[in-house]
Design a protein around this ligand. Structure first.
Ligand code: ZN
Length: 150
C-alpha cells in the first residue's frame, strides 16, 4: 500500500468529461470497445481534438534549440505527492491520525515517448506553460505552508 497522496497531476489523463479530447458513447452496462473512462454511467472514448478544458499535459521538450508554443506537441506528465500526517513513521500503524507533518515530497516527471533517450538514463524533460507552473507553485506552496497534510 502506498503511503503517498497525490496533490497534483499534470498529464494527459487530467481532462474534464466535457473536454474535446473525449467523446460520449452510448450508455450501457458493459464496457464498450474503445472506451477509456466512465463517469456517471456514461462511457467516453478519446478523440483527436485538442484539449478545451484547460488541463492539457505538459509540452513535449523538443530540444534546447526549439521555442515552445502553446500549440506544440503535448505529452508526458508531472505528479506531486505528499505523505499524509497519519503515515508519519511515529504514528503509522497506530490508531491515531494525529501525526506530525512528513517533510518529504515526491516529484515525478514522465517524458513523452517521442523524446525518450535523453542525455542520461532516467532523465525526463517536459515543458510547462504558465498555467501549469502556477498550479505547481500553488501545490508546493500549499505543501510548505500547511501542517496538516492528507
Ligand atoms: Zn482537456
Amino acid at each position: 500500500m502506498s503511503i503517498y497522496s497525490t496533490w497534483l497531476t499534470i498529464d494527459d489523463n487530467d481532462h474534464a468529461t466535457h473536454c474535446a479530447v473525449y467523446e460520449r458513447m452510448p450508455a450501457g452496462d458493459d464496457w464498450p470497445d474503445g472506451a477509456v473512462m466512465v463517469a456517471g454511467g456514461i462511457f467516453y472514448r478519446r478523440t483527436e481534438q485538442a484539449c478545451t478544458c484547460g488541463n492539457p499535459p505538459p509540452l513535449v521538450y523538443q530540444g534546447s534549440h526549439v521555442n515552445p508554443s502553446q500549440d506544440g506537441p503535448r505529452g508526458g506528465g508531472v505528479d506531486v505527492a505528499a505523505i499524509p500526517n497519519h503515515c508519519h513513521p511515529q504514528v503509522r500503524g497506530t490508531l491515531t491520525d494525529d501525526g506530525p507533518p512528513v517533510e518529504f515530497v515526491r516529484l515525478s516527471v514522465a517524458e513523452d515517448e517521442t523524446t525518450y533517450g535523453g542525455p542520461q538514463p532516467g532523465y525526463a524533460q517536459v515543458v510547462l506553460d504558465r498555467a501549469q507552473v502556477e498550479r505547481l507553485r500553488d501545490t508546493l506552496t500549499n505543501w510548505l505552508d500547511t501542517r496538516e497534510r492528507w
